[in-house]
Design a binder for this molecule. Structure first.
Ligand SMILES: [Cu+2]
Length: 670
């Protein structure tokens, strides 16, 4: 329990008030004041009694000066008291929790006057991370937010720009920010993954992320990569524009407006508390089930349905999208949730799928979009033929994959699409599609999706990694996620990258030995918790994941986009490699392996760095479903880490908010 920090806002507020009370009334000042006052009273009493008996001139002068002394002392004390109380008040104000807010919808509409021709610029942001109570759908919950707003700010930039984000951690737990899908070519230490490419940013510390965005465009996002923290609100979108006329060339269906739509599952309880429940003994991979879901950070629960929750529906309503009947709209969907897959539709609308994880694809007409956590899909929506003013956008969580019945669950969250702008007097009367909704958790079939910029996959891989993904119950009845025989645990104070760079500087074995090998497991790391496949030079690598679990896993590779070569149920056929099409397979950064199924991906390992490959269901990641690739280790051997990156590890409190260590349960027989 010791490493598991939970913040309680009510306690924090009480503590602050106590501090204020002490500052104003209590402590040393108070007793000093009393002693001063009593001295003055004694003097006064003495002088008055003396005056009555015999009032000589000398005595009157003495009395006069005593009065002046008394007034001076009182005045000095009053001024001191006022200064002190003013100071303690302003001190209190600086600690005061800013009122948290939901982000206005306009913030997620992309700039209609965007300059696609601009010279590369540095885009600089100041983010303060702090804790708040907020009610995105009516129910109040503790959240960890950027600048007091939920969800996080949109980062909109051109390819070639530099991003500089100053993160000031004013929260009670440590943090980090991962830039999901960003290649970080040459800046591996800016990838934001605790235990892998950096130490956490401890409470009270600041850190600046600085990197160039080159060689990629499209829809991405950022999120905390510190335990479950992202699920408590630390998420936001990134859009990278292709320069010049490139965006119009890559997007084959024209559109007049461009917007971001975040969908996410939503838990009413603090994610770190739920994680403790999930990982405790005897719990056989029963992932916590969310109570609710959000579209762009909003939902509208009926508080009367939730008598046991602190709920207020004042100013809470479905997200409203004002769309034009004059032109098409691009909606960039991002699943920023921890666990649930969504099926999304806009009633009575067909639309075109045009982008997958930053890869523009030839338009495919669909009317329901399935999206797993961490994935992105752009759709271009033409206005409907039979025009009503209002339509429902429905985002349904696929509850088939939930481990148990959650009594407070509302599986569908809706937004309103509005084509005219009268007052919102009535609800949409639009109709759901008639066919049965998806019952399986798996990716939308991507085999028909063809990237606009055709790139052939290398026809042969140099190396194969076969990963058996499973949950196993081991000592003390702890159920954990395994990739082969490894179950990941983050080492907060010794990230893989720091360890490697340090080992190369000191010429330590076996790391020096592996520099002469093109591919293999680096046994310098204890594979029990840190499975590291390492390459030197540029290699083409296949990963075949075989899923032995009854749940779906959206696997994400940092630092790369990979080719999705094939996937299926059961085991792959013996002649799998004879049936593959290398001409122009889909390239993306997050692909699922369905329950009891398999997925084959291929990537060209040319980006030097330490890159995790992990299930993006936050519960599974915390249970250990993560391994790492060290690619182009020969390049890493030439690196020295920036001082501020190394310095993070020396701060007090880097472990605050980390997931629990297994041994806290050793010896318990409940
Ligand atoms: Cu998973």
């Amino acid at each position: 329990m010791a490493r598991h920090e939970v913040f309680q806002l009510s306690e924090r507020k009480d503590a602050e008030h106590d501090e204020e009370r002490e500052g104003l009334l209590g402590g040393v000042e108070d007793s000093e004041l009393n002693s001063e006052v009593s001295d003055v009273e004694e003097l006064g009493t003495k002088s008055e009694s003396e005056g009555r008996s015999s009032e000589s001139t000398a005595q009157r002068v003495k009395k006069h000066w005593l009065r002046i002394l008394v007034v001076a002392i009182l005045a000095a004390w009053t001024v001191g008291f006022l200064i002190h109380s003013l100071l303690s008040r302003s001190h209190g104000a600086s600690n005061e929790v800013v009122e948290a807010q939901l982000r206005p919808e306009e913030d997620y509409i992309l700039d209609s006057n965007w300059n696609f021709e601009a010279e590369p610029v540095t885009r600089e942001y100041d983010w303060t991370i702090s804790e708040h109570e907020l009610n995105p759908d009516g129910v109040y919950k503790p959240m960890t937010l950027i600048n007091g707003m939920f969800p996080g700010p949109l980062i909109e930039c051109n390819e070639g720009d530099e991003l500089v984000v100053h993160v000031h951690n004013k929260a009670s737990n440590a943090t980090s920010v991962h830039w999901h899908g960003m290649f970080q070519n040459g800046t591996n230490w800016m990838d934001g993954t605790v235990g892998i490419s950096q130490c956490p940013i401890a409470p009270g510390q600041s850190f600046t992320y600085r990197f160039n965005i080159t060689g990629q465009t499209g829809t991405y996002w950022y999120h905390s990569h510190m335990s479950m923290q992202a699920s408590d609100g630390l998420v936001g979108p990134i859009v990278v524009h292709a320069k010049g006329g490139e965006e119009q060339r890559l997007q084959k269906v024209p559109y007049g407006q461009d917007r971001v739509v975040l969908v996410s599952d939503h838990y009413y309880d603090l994610a770190s508390n739920l994680l403790m429940e999930y990982l405790k003994p005897g719990n056989e991979n029963e992932e916590p089930v969310p109570q609710s879901a959000l579209i762009n950070g909003r939902g509208a629960r009926n508080c009367t349905d939730l008598p046991n929750r602190n709920c207020s529906s004042v100013d809470r309503s479905n997200t409203l999208f004002d769309l034009s009947t004059e032109h098409n709209t691009r909606l960039r969907f991002i699943n920023v949730g921890a666990f649930a897959e969504f099926q999304i539709q806009i009633d009575e609308h067909e639309f075109f799928l045009t982008e997958v994880d930053g890869t523009d694809v030839h338009p495919q007409s669909i009317h329901r979009l399935n999206i797993n956590p961490a994935q992105r899909y752009s759709i271009v929506v033409p206005p409907p033929k039979d025009q009503q003013d209002l339509y429902w956008m429905r985002a349904r969580m696929i509850t088939h994959c939930f481990a148990y019945e959650e009594p407070e669950l509302k599986e569908e969250v809706r937004a309103i699409i509005r084509y005219q702008t009268p007052s919102l007097a009535v609800s949409p009367q639009s109709k759901d599609w008639p066919e049965i909704i998806e019952l399986e958790c798996r990716d939308l079939n991507v085999s028909a999706l063809k990237p606009v910029d055709a790139i052939a996959a290398p026809e042969k891989a140099d190396d194969q990694v076969y990963l058996r993904s499973s949950f196993q119950i081991k000592d003390w009845r702890l159920s954990r996620g395994f990739l082969n025989d490894s179950s990941y645990r983050a080492n907060m104070s010794h990230p893989t990258l720091n360890t490697l760079v340090d080992a190369y500087e000191r010429k330590q074995e076996p790391h020096m030995y592996y520099l002469s090998y093109p591919f293999g497991i680096n046994t310098g790391f204890d594979a029990k918790h840190t499975l590291v496949y390492q390459t030197t030079g540029i290699r083409t690598i296949d990963i075949l994941i075989q899923n032995f679990d009854d749940g779906n896993h959206p696997f994400h590779l940092h630092g790369y986009k990979f080719f999705v070569l094939a996937s299926g149920h059961g085991y792959p056929a013996d002649d799998l490699y004879d049936t593959l099409d290398f001409a122009n397979p889909l390239r993306r950064d997050t692909a699922s392996v369905e329950a009891f199924g398999w997925t084959l991906i291929r990537f060209v390992a040319d980006n030097a760095g330490v890159w995790p490959f992990h299930c993006h269901l936050a519960w599974h990641n915390e249970a250990g479903l993560l391994m790492q690739f060290v690619t182009r280790a020969d390049e890493i051997a030439k690196w020295t880490l920036p001082e501020d990156v190394k310095g993070l590890c020396a701060a007090q409190g880097i472990e605050k908010g980390a997931g629990p260590e297994d041994d806290i349960w050793f010896g318990s027989f409940d």
